[in-house]
Write a protein that binds this ligand. Structure first.
Ligand SMILES: [Zn+2]
Length: 325
């Protein structure tokens, strides 16, 4: 398979750093893929890791292809050959999906993320008012080549108050219907979700991955461990903001420490968990983000064999699940 042997492709991936090598195995233990660095399971190629408004301004007329190519070159240079995007509203990831094969990168995209109007999510996608509107957006994303559906069921962390989420959660029954509609269309569901009750609702709804998953407790971890839902904690986001004097340092430190605990407990409990940094977010450059997120896992799970085994299993799940059927 092309992505497992990027050294055979005439691309920038030639120069990849080969210091680490991992192998993914299929259910019957046959090796299916060897790669040199874990994939990036949560990125936004439209963003630049520095300034959201400036990054978006480059795409308003048309997606900035030079930006996309620079991102892919950075991924190749870091040995990252798998990238799962979280969507954008200007068609940037749709163009990226067409270019990615040139770099030997296995790139998956929801095209745009889907949020309820008035709730969090307008920075990465499009809004619906009711489930009919939602179903229409699912169809539209699929028509534009989406590999899966990305939904937003809560806000993000309020970096000024530990434990606070910025927007109201979606209703649990609505989330259940959203997951069902996407699954009925043959598409997996990537769910941006924070907070205990919303995470439990998303797992119950059968979403295939929970993104961020901040402020969860042991009950959530136990429920995750029993589910077929993969956690992508994006711990790098808060950790990389520490020391930048943009937000309350004590709050950032507490968020990072809480993520650190969640990663340690989730790996110990045998949860599906994967490496995703939210690359493109402020303070999280493309390619570097995956390395930074790996450093978060190193801090949380000192046992290298246990850490890599959990991440290999998580990535194998993401690669297999978040694919067109
Ligand atoms: Zn994201």
């Amino acid at each position: 398979m092309l992505h497992g042997k990027p050294q055979d492709t005439p691309t920038a991936c030639h120069s990849m750093n080969e210091t680490k090598s991992f192998t993914l195995y299929s259910a019957n233990s046959a090796p299916i893929l060897t790669f040199t660095m874990f994939g990036e399971c949560h990125a936004h190629i439209a963003m630049d890791g520095a300034n959201y408004a400036q990054a978006m301004a480059r795409h308003t007329q048309a997606p900035d292809e030079a930006h996309i190519r620079a991102c892919f070159e950075a991924y190749c240079g870091a040995g990252v050959t798998f990238v799962r995007d979280g969507g954008d509203k200007y068609g940037v990831s749709a163009l990226a999906a067409r270019i990615a094969p040139e770099y030997g990168i296995d790139y998956r995209t929801p095209i745009f993320a889907i949020h309820k109007r008035g709730r969090y999510g307008s920075i990465v996608g499009r809004a619906f008012d009711d489930l009919r509107g939602y179903a229409h957006l699912v169809k539209e994303a699929a028509g534009q080549g989406a590999d899966f559906i990305k939904i937003m069921t809560t806000g993000i962390m309020d970096f000024t108050v530990f434990g606070r989420i910025t927007h109201e959660d979606l209703d649990a029954e609505e989330v259940r219907q959203m997951a069902r509609i996407a699954h009925d269309a043959g598409l997996a569901v990537m769910s941006h979700t924070n907070g205990k009750s919303a995470v439990l609702a998303a797992i119950e709804a059968g979403v295939d991955s929970i993104e961020h998953g901040n402020y969860i407790d042991d009950e959530c971890i136990a429920t995750l461990a029993e589910s077929q839902t993969c956690l992508v904690p994006t711990a790098t986001v808060a950790r990389n903001l520490i020391g930048r004097e943009l937000f309350d340092e004590a709050v950032l430190q507490r968020i990072w420490e809480a993520s650190h605990q969640v990663i340690a407990k989730a790996v110990a409990a045998g949860c599906l968990i994967a490496l995703g940094s939210d690359a493109g977010a402020v303070g999280v450059p493309h390619a570097q983000g995956a390395q930074d997120e790996y450093a978060c896992f190193e801090a949380a799970v000192p046992d290298e064999a246990a850490r890599n085994a959990a991440l290999e299993r998580g990535e194998a799940f993401i690669r297999a699940t978040f694919a067109k059927r």
